[in-house]
Design a protein around this ligand. Structure first.
Ligand code: SF4
Length: 245
């Protein structure tokens, strides 16, 4: 009950644009029964051309190295042309409002994640609340998960990332050459009862996060009342990142 109240409160604060900092007493008390998900409103996100507030905040906080070489780049959240992100929509009704502009993409924390199925060392797994986790210490660098992910949501460290991290955050671990990494919905922040950092960093409040199974949560209400799209729904991975059209 405590957890449900906390998430309600956090999600409401996010919607109102006030979800900043730790909410005391909202530490995660258990994960059973919740289905954590994210909703992105591209209409709001696209209001400011070239905005990278959420991307920069995420990558800085997680020591994601800004490697310019496309072959070696590492990314947890980024923007992709709408036509590429929603290739299977093929000009469907949801595409018109996006107007061919770049949309925010990240790991979809799929309900049926192919990356988890193929990992031979269980370095990636799905929590009961739906968050798809990644433990780089158990990763042997086989990259099966990258081949299985239909969204390109995982990055491989082809080179030692540490020399490329310009502003090191000592509070978050760095990775090594030869391992895969990706977004974990800021599991470290969820454990403290906080929202994912991208939610807080967005100046347009275009990202909402919460428990889809809670009928009173803003994410449930938004996804229930607006037309939504998910990426490549035909594959049956059941992404838990929803786009509000
Ligand atoms: Fe796995 Fe890719 Fe789905 Fe993320 S988007 S859960 S990496 S299959």
């Amino acid at each position: 009950m405590t957890t449900r109240r906390c998430f309600l409160r956090l999600a409401s604060l996010s919607t109102l644009g006030a979800a900043a900092g730790t909410i005391m007493g909202c530490a995660t008390a258990g994960t059973g029964g919740r289905r954590l998900a994210m909703a992105i409103d591209p209409g709001k996100c696209l209001q400011k051309d070239g905005c990278r507030a959420c991307i920069d905040a995420c990558h800085r906080a997680h020591n994601v190295p800004p490697i310019p070489d496309r072959e070696h780049e590492v990314k947890w959240i980024w923007k992709e042309r709408a036509e590429d992100a929603f290739a299977s929509e093929d000009g469907g009704e949801g595409m018109a409002p996006l107007g061919g502009r770049p949309v925010l993409v990240l790991c979809n924390h799929c309900e049926n994640p192919p990356c988890v199925r193929v990992c031979p060392t269980r370095a990636t797994w799905k929590r009961e609340d739906g968050v798809v986790m990644m433990d780089e210490h158990r990763c042997i660098g086989c990259r099966y998960c990258m081949a299985a992910c239909p969204y390109g949501s995982r990055s491989f460290n082809w080179v030692d990332p540490r020399p490329h991290v310009t502003t090191l955050d000592p509070g978050y671990p760095t990775r090594t050459k030869g391992v895969v990494e990706k977004c974990t919905f800021c599991d470290e922040r969820l454990a403290r009862g906080e929202q994912p950092l991208c939610v807080e960093a967005c100046p347009e409040r275009a990202i909402v996060f919460g428990d889809l199974r809670d009928p009173a949560s803003p994410i449930r209400q938004l996804t229930g009342s607006r037309y939504t799209m998910r990426r490549k729904p035909e594959l049956g991975t059941r992404p838990q990142v929803y786009y509000l059209i």
